[in-house]
Ligand binder design. Structure first.
Ligand code: UTP
Length: 296
């Protein structure tokens, strides 16, 4: 089986749910504590052995690539003034030029279309896809878990989780053929089905490993839910020749594409940081106390 060396980061969306914050700042640059969302996504890829990173961006979102460009003057200045921890944090989010590629999606025509835009940079090999607004806190990087599963079963894969039935209309949902608890093989996939017609409650989150044959399907530019070119539809059409497996990953996923998920992630990541945990606990306790008093 071909190793997974490349990861695609579709970061060309409009981020309308975070307006006006995302009017001039890309959603992927919003900070979770003190690091932009895209920083966590790139770290996850690097920890999983990914060698080449491909950003699909949009006009006006140049800050994303710029974030990973070396800034030796800044690092030198931080070191000179004794701020070496900050210097290392800056270096941590720097990528060598030859490992970073980018292409432009001129119009936000959907996630499937964004992935299709990376076809020439991916070439004829299987690849990973990471949506930075889905942040997964885990011991083992989420995309690494998918790559491991790919080594066992091949084909197309996505990270999946069970959701309450009333939420199926927000996800791509599996029509399950076989389920061994860790891996679920699908006979079909449906994008954003209503709860009453959803074939299951097993939902796809923003991590994929895809065979290059997906590009032939995306080439057809078929639109689906919301009038967008959906990756779920392309994977569903591919099932006749390429098996699809959902991987129940280990970890906690935060949907940072919406405000509630972003707020929760901010609390969880701060509580997970030795330098901030007790401060965050104090803040939470003080506010819980206030609300209790106000309600009494
Ligand atoms: P979302 O569905 O969250 O869309 O995309 P969005 O545009 O970012 O945000 P809202 O819904 O307007 O608030 C999920 C991921 O797919 C990328 C986004 O950048 C995000 O990382 N995407 C989506 C694209 O790159 N291109 C598209 O055409 C659509």
């Amino acid at each position: 089986m071909h190793p997974i060396r490349k990861a695609v980061f579709p970061v060309a969306g409009r981020g309308t749910r975070f307006l006006p914050a995302t009017k001039a700042v890309p959603k992927e640059m919003l900070p979770l504590v003190d690091r932009p969302l895209i920083g966590y996504a790139v770290e996850e890829a690097l920890k999983s052995g990914i060698e080449e990173l491909i950003f699909v961006t949009a006009p006006g979102k140049e800050a994303i690539v710029q974030h990973f460009t070396a800034d030796q003057d800044l690092v030198r200045e931080l070191d000179r003034t004794g701020k070496s921890a900050l210097a290392r944090a800056v270096e941590n989010d720097t990528l060598p030029r030859e490992r970073l590629h980018s292409t432009i999606q001129q119009q936000a025509l959907g996630l499937g279309h964004a992935i299709w835009c990376a076809r020439h940079l991916v070439g004829d090999e299987p690849f990973a896809v990471i949506l930075p607004d889905d942040v997964v806190m885990s011991q083992r990087p989420c995309i690494g878990q998918l790559i491991e599963a790919y080594g066992r079963v091949g084909g197309n894969l996505a990270a999946v989780m069970d959701v309450p039935r009333q939420d199926t209309a927000s996800y791509g949902i599996l029509d399950i053929a076989e389920d061994n608890g860790k891996l679920a093989r699908a006979r079909g996939l449906v994008e954003k089905p209503r709860p009453d017609v959803a074939p299951s409650t097993l939902s796809i989150i923003g991590r994929y490993v895809l065979e290059p044959s997906i590009f032939a399907e995306l080439d057809k530019k078929v639109t689906g839910a919301g009038g967008e070119i959906q990756i779920t539809d392309a994977m569903a059409k591919s099932i006749v020749h390429t098996p699809f497996h959902g991987v129940r990953y280990e970890g906690i996923r935060f949907d940072c594409g919406k405000k509630e998920g972003f707020l929760e992630a901010t609390v969880a990541f701060a509580l997970n940081r030795p330098d901030l945990a007790s401060t965050m606990e104090d803040i939470l306790l003080s506010y819980t106390g206030k609300y209790r008093t106000a309600a009494e």
